[in-house]
Design a binder for this molecule. Sequence first.
Ligand SMILES: NC(=O)c1ccc[n+]([C@@H]2O[C@H](COP(=O)([O-])OP(=O)(O)OC[C@H]3O[C@@H](n4cnc5c(N)ncnc54)[C@H](OP(=O)(O)O)[C@@H]3O)[C@@H](O)[C@H]2O)c1
Length: 362
Amino acid sequence: MDYKFLGASGVRVSNICLGTMTFGQNTFAAIPTQADEDIAFQIMDRYAQLGGNFLDTANVYGQGASEKIVGKWLSGQVRKRFVLATKVRMQMDKTNENGIGLSRRHIVESCEESLERLQTHYIDLYQSHIWDNATPIEETLRTFDDLIRCGKIRYYGASNVCGWQMQKIVDRIDSMGLNKCVSLQQQYSLLCRQSEFEEFMVCENEGIGILPWSPLKGGVLSGKFKRDENLDPTSSRIGFISTDEGKAMQSAPAWSKYRDNDGFWNLMDAMKTVADNHGKTVAQVALRWVLQKPQVSSVIIGATSVRQLEDNCGASTGWSLTQEEMKKLDESSPRVNLYPYEMIWRMNGARYNDFNRSILFN
Ligand SMILES: NC(=O)c1ccc[n+]([C@@H]2O[C@H](COP(=O)([O-])OP(=O)(O)OC[C@H]3O[C@@H](n4cnc5c(N)ncnc54)[C@H](OP(=O)(O)O)[C@@H]3O)[C@@H](O)[C@H]2O)c1
């Protein structure tokens, strides 16, 4: 396993982070491939054996079920060997009018509850799960800073924000003299590149580490689905969702969106060619592409079996994609070059200044 710094903090994390949204039953949709406690323990044991030290969960995954499984497993480990990340913001208790959002009240309460479920006295990385329109960002940031000062959390990060929101977070932290935000957890894959336009630019300019989530787009990029196949609803998240597309979400998209799309199959063909060149799997190529993008500290994988975990960890170290392969994959993956981004990049192609890193993606 390779290790990288978690943004501008001095903490080292394995470049493969184990996401645990697949542990315990999902309360939104009863996905049949979710890992029960026994399989989850096997996955975490193997991950630790392979050198992994970075676990990501959230209070809302299975309404606390994921945190409880991680906490139980962690209680049998040397706690300080692991960097533990969780999140706050989503609704946990529908009967509690204040059980949602990024208010001081809800963050502090949620933090206490997460610590209990995780059976630990500190969280290494506490993340806002998604922007909260209702709470002033100053209140949220001051609360994270207070939690650091009283030893409940070590660092904090953001997730699911747009460009102006990320820049506002950075600017308020500076003007208020608070501990820095170290990471941004954002959906990022060969099928989801929108954050390159704004959010990742802020990260590059401000020294914030990127933690991509759903790097396989819920399994779509794993290479296991074939063009004319009818998906078995019991054997994968994507197959399950496709029987009830009303339940489709970002990390569990409807298969029909890709099945009939020639651009998608061209991308899969390009990934397969690269995979064959290296003797690697398509899933490993998808993860490696993300890992080689600038400013990525660690990619957050999801696995429902030890076999998937081992496959995904095979992206971590010992090989890399060439510049030509990265370019080929970039060009094969759908990204609409919107105005004004396309124009700004084009007109700045010859204006790269290492002392003023503001235009890196092109
Ligand atoms: N911040 C946020 O809002 C947010 C949102 C979503 C996720 N996350 C984080 O990101 C983590 C990863 O998200 P994700 O689970 O959506 O990641 P993903 O890598 O896009 O999808 C993982 C799913 O793909 C399938 N899969 C994984 N590896 C495979 C392999 N090697 N071969 C074949 N199939 C494979 C498995 O599903 P099947 O076995 O069912 O096919 C697995 O559950 C989560 O656990 C969570 O920590 C964060």
